[in-house]
Design a protein around this ligand. Structure first.
Ligand code: UD1
Ligand code: MG
Length: 459
């Protein structure tokens, strides 16, 4: 059985009141449409067909090669949207699964279940329904006296009696492909809204004497669709709950799960501890026994074991094992801290490597630098890496001692075991084991290699 998956995402999402297309609004850091596309990729080997319309280019740019796109130039309803894929899919699929781009909590297992039921019951249409207290504007499932499904009636077209029905159309269907392509063109526009409703396929199939099977959703949270920003927050909360529960069961401590925001692509090892008010996004990975927070934001970082990160912001950075950061530090793109590095208060590091055991305790900016092992970066040290036009590199070799308030005017190199005095402005390279200070800094003496250990401990 060849299974195709169509994701409808052409609508404008008017009720979001946004310049941004609805399906590109992020949920826990990831655009909504990618949830639907990734779920689809787990259900069938054929790339999903995404129907785009409103701001189609933006949506395509975000999804990339993970899907095939069909543009629906005018949004004339869900049946019209699916019909746009007919020419492309006609000879490629036996069963067509249809879902929406605005239902990010839907699980691949649920879709597999629908397809299995569809095949087992040999139905023409198999659809998912939900019984909800709040109908959320969903289509109502109309059944006859013997309980057989007759039709789906949209809220706008429903009679008061039909509106009272609480069995709802979630908007997820498996169709027999041949029947679908033959019958979609027969659907007439709704007298009320003028749209071509995909839901009208149900009444059509029933009239033709075909089987329409229904399956009721086990977890109603799965089918929460996003139409407004209120729904966006509800879905975020539900996804947060799902993700956090899974991590706790996997051996991660969340001190306050309500204020831990962990993106769907984050990986946490056993015995990680997450304190309150922490956001972890992107492809962040965290090693065993690391403690994060309170008050920390981390996007797309690789973090080792037994690290401690406290009230800080980390973006696209790499931390090896036993690194500690914060409070109030900012690691930017390309910061790479080797094992045992200490970054204390109000530090900023960008595009720089800090070697094992290096310490930077207070108020420093390190950019475009290559810092060796066991370097002591004194309070207020700054790499002056930008001359107004170009960025330049700073190199500090192993065991160097940078005195408080040193300005390292790049390009510049501080040799192994060298030392700068407080307030130095270093404009020229300092040779190894040399003491330099002043403005501009000049070599003033030598340092005996045996003394370097003592120098570091005195900070
Ligand atoms: C639809 C169903 C309704 C169901 C509800 C569940 C129909 C007629 N109604 O209503 O029974 O309870 O979903 O959420 O199908 N879209 C297009 N092109 C269009 C129109 C819509 O791509 O021309 C896309 C939208 O971007 C959206 C999805 O289809 O992702 C659903 O469209 P929407 O207008 O939100 O339908 P609902 O009114 O929610
Ligand atoms: Mg909708």
């Amino acid at each position: 059985m060849r299974l195709a998956h169509v994701i409808l995402a052409a609508g404008k999402g008017t009720r979001m009141r946004s310049r941004r297309p609805k399906v590109l609004h992020p949920i826990l850091g990831k655009p909504m449409i990618l949830y639907a596309v990734e779920t689809a990729r787990r259900v069938t080997p054929m790339p999903p067909v995404v129907v785009v319309g409103h701001e189609a280019e933006q949506v395509q740019a975000v999804v990339g090669d993970e899907a095939h796109f069909i543009v629906q130039h005018e949004q004339r309803g869900t049946a019209h949207a699916v019909l746009q894929t007919a020419a492309f899919l006609a000879d490629k699929a036996d069963v067509v699964l249809v879902t929406y781009g605005d239902m990010p909590l839907l699980r691949a297992e649920t879709l597999r279940h629908i397809v299995q039921e569809h095949v087992r019951s040999q139905a023409t249409i198999t659809m998912l329904t939900a019984v909800l207290d709040e109908p959320r504007g969903y289509g109502r499932i109309v059944r006859d006296a013997s309980g057989r499904i007759q039709a789906i009636v949209e809220e706008a077209d429903a009679t008061p009696e039909q509106r009272a029905i609480r069995e709802l159309n979630v908007g997820i269907y498996a169709f027999d492909a041949r029947w679908l392509w033959e019958n979609l063109p027969r659907i007439q526009p709704s007298p009320v809204k003028g749209e071509y409703y995909l839901t009208d396929t149900v009444a059509l199939a029933v009239q033709q004497g075909h089987t329409v099977a229904t399956l009721s959703v086990e977890d109603p949270a799965e089918v929460l669709g996003v139409n407004t920003r209120v729904h966006l927050a509800e879905v975020t909360r539900a996804l947060q709950h799902r993700i956090n529960t899974a991590w706790m069961l996997a051996g991660v401590t969340l001190i306050d799960p309500a204020t831990a925001y962990i993106g769907p692509d984050v990986q946490l090892a056993q015995d990680v501890v997450i304190h309150p008010h922490v956001t972890l996004l992107g492809r962040t990975t965290v090693g065993e026994e690391t403690e994060i927070g309170p008050g920390t934001y981390i996007d797309s970082c690789t973090i080792g074991r037994r690290c401690r990160i406290f009230y800080s912001v980390l973006e696209h950075a790499v931390l090896e094992d036993e690194v500690d950061v914060g409070p109030f530090s900012h690691l930017r793109k390309g910061a790479h801290l080797a094992r045992g590095v200490h970054v204390g208060n109000f530090g900023e590091i960008k595009n720089s490597y800090l070697g094992p055991g290096t310490k930077m305790g207070h108020f420093s900016y390190i950019g475009d630098a290559d810092i060796g092992a066991h370097v002591n970066i004194g309070a207020g040290t700054i790499t002056c890496n930008y001359d107004g036009q170009r960025k330049h590199k700073t190199v500090v070799e192993n065991h160097a001692f940078i005195g408080s308030d040193t300005m390292l005017v790049a390009p510049v190199r501080v040799g192994q075991g060298a030392k700068t005095g407080a307030g130095s402005v270093v404009t020229r390279d300092i040779p190894p084991y040399t003491l330099a200070y002043g403005v501009p800094a000049r070599p003033r003496g030598t340092i005996h290699p045996d003394e370097q250990g003592k120098e570091q401990e005195s900070s």
